[in-house]
Design a protein around this ligand. Structure first.
Ligand code: MG
Length: 501
């Protein structure tokens, strides 16, 4: 049986290695490719994707999964072999349950919807995008039906991004999160003048920003012998292998936190990607437990570390070094305050820790209603604006800064948004547990001794790769599945001190 398992691994490795090559092309497209390269790149990507897909869905893989299944399970549920087959079978079933005509149809619809969304956003005209959204919702429902006939569609879609999570488990989590955050946001709104971010605005040399971003991620533990940091339109992380992980950042000349916190966020994703055991290379276990856990790592470093008072103590001398004269009279306390200004905003990606999850709650409400068929695509802007008024007390002046701001729905990624909030609340749980295990966590951060923090995450989260469902991984790491309490407590404590309520 071991021989058959090795044969299966060989087949998977070939598909995975070609997938790595495709990832290099995708990275290049977003980072270094000249605009003229687009048509040729589309050709190469499409050809390579077809080869990867046919290798990954080869009938031999299905046959070998079936033949080795019982043998692998007998090794024990925590064994490499059992976990390998669990994750591979899940991916394989998904990839083979969708008829190829449907795959082609949905790729074409997504491509058309993406172009329509870009144009609609530019003109701030939702009505031009509405028929495409209606189509993408229909495609998402049919996809769910193919994958799990007769099961609630949203649950099936959610499971694509957050393995094992169901709406029945998610509703109370997101509900508790919104209920906990709303009063904090309301108290902040009454004292908005108590915190100013003025000192982070001005004119900051972009080359200096990039040099600072490199220094920060290196100090946090990003290994430049196994990764790179570049610039792109939107920051992202991708990995070709466990020892080649790429992050990107962006810079805004007038707003210094953009580059600093994008870098720290993506570095958090990268440290997770770099942290899987070497034996997971070219296996389905290398990728991480799910998007929520991934986001817990990025948000942990970005917010819980990066926006903490001790981190600001560490950061301040570096700001003075890279931007001579600009921070001479700034105190760590002022810096801490400036990077934690909170308030209602239209745009999710610019939202602060307190309000971010309310943006997610709104999207979750709308996308579940779309999938349930109780909301029509054309009525999304009205429902959006009503939700903005309810959560934030503000209404966007146009659809570009309202219902058209995010790319997700145009690509048919429905069920994805909640993973951002799950990431935040898991980060809160991890921080609570880490603080108990590392009582001098603040001192370590203030002195720039990030290694014990990273080692804790490696031990509790990273080394398990995709071995466990997110909820089970959290039980292993902190003794409980996902819950909102620790994150809300963290937010209340931090912001009541910052804003004085
Ligand atoms: Mg992220």
């Amino acid at each position: 049986m071991r021989k058959k398992f090795d044969e299966l691994r060989g087949l998977y490795e070939e598909a995975a290695a070609l997938g790595e090559a495709r990832a290099v092309l995708a990275w290049d497209q977003r980072v270094t490719m000249p605009p003229g390269g687009a048509p040729g790149r589309a050709r190469s990507m499409s050809a390579l994707s077809r080869v990867v897909h046919s290798k990954a869905t080869a009938p031999e893989i299905g046959r070998l999964i079936d033949e080795t299944w019982d043998w692998a399970q007998a090794e024990g549920p925590d064994s490499f072999e059992a976990a390998y087959l669990r994750v591979l079978k899940r991916d394989y079933d998904r990839a083979t349950k969708l008829p190829s005509a449907f795959v082609g149809e949905s790729a074409a619809a997504a491509s058309a919807a993406m172009s329509a969304w870009e144009a609609a956003k530019k003109n701030s005209d939702f009505s031009a995008f509405a028929p495409h959204l209606e189509k993408m919702v229909d495609i998402a429902r049919r996809q769910a039906e193919y994958l799990a006939p007769g099961k609630p569609h949203y649950d099936t879609l959610l499971d694509l991004y957050e393995p094992g999570m169901r709406r029945a488990g998610l509703d109370p989590l997101l509900g508790a999160l919104a209920d906990g955050l709303k009063p904090v946001a309301a108290a902040i709104a009454e004292r908005s003048a108590a915190v100013s971010d003025e000192l982070m605005r001005g004119d900051f040399d972009e080359r200096a920003q990039l040099a600072l971003a490199d220094e920060i991620v290196r100090e946090l533990g990003f290994d430049f012998s196994k990764g790179r940091q570049d610039r792109s339109m939107h920051p992202f992380t991708t990995g070709f292998s466990l020892s080649d992980v790429r992050i990107t950042t962006w810079t805004m000349r007038g707003w210094l936190p953009a580059s600093i916190y994008a870098s720290i966020h993506e570095c958090g994703h990268a440290l997770y990607a770099m942290g899987a055991p070497a034996e997971f290379e070219l296996t389905p276990l290398a990728d991480g437990a799910g998007l929520g856990v991934h986001e817990s790592q990025s948000r942990f470093w970005e917010n819980i570390v990066g926006r903490s008072r001790p981190f600001c103590e560490w950061l301040l001398p570096r700001l003075r070094k890279y931007f001579p004269g600009k921070f001479d009279r700034t105190s760590a306390e002022q810096l801490y305050s400036a990077v934690n200004k909170s308030g209602p905003s239209f745009i999710r990606v610019e939202a602060d820790e307190v309000t971010y999850d309310m943006h997610i709650a709104l999207r979750y409400r709308l996308e579940t209603a779309l999938i349930d068929g109780v909301l029509k695509a054309k009525d999304v802007p009205e429902a959006w604006n009503a939700g903005m008024k309810e959560y934030f007390g503000i209404v966007p002046g146009n659809d570009a800064e309202g219902a058209l701001q995010d790319v997700h729905w145009s690509q048919g990624t429905i069920g994805y948004f909640p993973t951002y909030s799950l990431g935040n609340l898991m980060a809160g749980q991890l921080a609570e547990k880490m603080r108990a295990d590392l009582p001098d966590m603040d001192g370590l951060i203030a002195r720039g001794e990030f290694q014990p923090v990273l080692a804790w995450l490696r031990e509790r989260i990273h080394r398990h790769g995709a071995m466990y469902f997110p909820a089970d991984l959290m039980k292993k790491a902190v003794g409980k599945g996902p819950e909102a309490g620790p994150y809300i407590a963290y937010i209340k404590k931090k912001y009541s001190a910052l804003y004085g309520f």
